[in-house]
Design a protein around this ligand. Sequence first.
Ligand code: FAD
Length: 415
Amino acid sequence: MSANIDLSAAGVVTTQNLYDFAVIGGGIVGLSAAMALSRNYPDARILVLEKESDWAPHQTGHNSGVIHSGIYYKPGSLKAKFSRDGNISLVDFCQKHGIDYEICGKIIVATEPEEIRLLENLYQRGLANELKVEKITAEEVKEIEPHVSCLTAIRVPSTGIVSYKQVCQKYAELVKINGGELRLNTKVKKIVSSDRTQILETNQGSFHANFIVNCAGLQSDRVAKLSQVNPQVQIVPFRGEYYELTPEKRYLVKHLIYPVPNPNFPFLGVHFTRMIDGNIHAGPNAVLSLKREGYRKTDIDLRDAAEVFTYAGFWKLAAKYAGVGIEEMIRSFSKAAFVKSLQRLIPEVQAQDLVPSHAGVRAQALTNDGKLVDDFLLVKGQNTLHVCNAPSPAATASLAIGEAIALQIAEQLQD
Ligand SMILES: Cc1cc2nc3c(=O)[nH]c(=O)nc-3n(C[C@H](O)[C@H](O)[C@H](O)COP(=O)(O)OP(=O)(O)OC[C@H]3O[C@@H](n4cnc5c(N)ncnc54)[C@H](O)[C@@H]3O)c2cc1C
């Protein structure tokens, strides 16, 4: 898309304290959206506001670092399309900007007879999503991952690894080069709509903007409400905890090893991931977090917890999947249970081979009737756009999502 939108016709006036676009959130989605806007509207004044002291401090900076292929997602969904397109453009981006990455491929392994049918479904889904996927035998798996024991597997060659923190540093740099203004330590607390602009009140003063893009991740539903938009979903935080293999045991994992996921959930099951820095991470699990930005098991925020427990959607979800929720809790508190899940993939891995590592918290949108929103969700407002569900693989898909946000904004400005 080129900058063929007449901003003045759309009511955009450029003065010193007025921005054409204000992006709330300096995670990978916000920075990518700002980058796309700065490319498509080279004369526009763009502001990015991030409440923490660094870019990508929450979901983006705590993820697995996997460049997903797009195999898991429903054909025709935004996730499927953006993940496939985003994978290709992210690899190009890393090459162009000298960011370390590796396309090492991944295997998804069936370890129980009942998983074979689910694995076949996944293979068909991969084909439907136009991906290169290969069925491989247990013997062929041994050639790729000598320590894995399974019945059968599929290999997805286009999966890779990268540091998303590093990717974000580059996105931020490019927004700045394109003339954007980036502000850390700036939390949006209130949004006031006036005649033609909107005022973002922050801990660092007020900013006026003609158009607001909400990319606030774990806080996105709240930020939407600040601008009088009801996203019809609530963010429920699910913490993902990781262990890592001790350096002497890293030889157990060569690439990326995943189980067959439970098709009812958007999470992939605990797996082994080789990180771009050479570490091998095992996880993440998926436990309800009592704090949206809480990385320790003991973290509780009364407002966050109360919002979960007073939300009808949460209880409908809990009633349906109580068993899975309890299993996840057990796996969170019992290292033995965590290790047992991992031993399904690599039987020789032992508790002493694993040490606790970081955790991340996923922002998962949940509807009032208890459905986990599966696809990416963009909600339109009056001169606002709210990204209200951007779970995995949004890091992989970030360049495609950024472009889609810019395109959506162009449509809204023409309305
Ligand atoms: C454990 C885990 C593993 C994952 N693994 C992968 C993976 O391997 N590959 C992959 O593609 N995806 C993965 N994901 C998903 C991916 O990380 C997220 O989808 C993506 O990072 C979402 O980016 P975001 O910019 O929407 O959110 P975030 O990165 O959370 O950014 C939102 C930002 O908004 C800021 N903010 C919030 N409120 C305000 C406010 N009021 N004012 C100013 N700023 C505000 C926050 O501080 C934050 O920095 C994983 C996620 C998790 C949690």
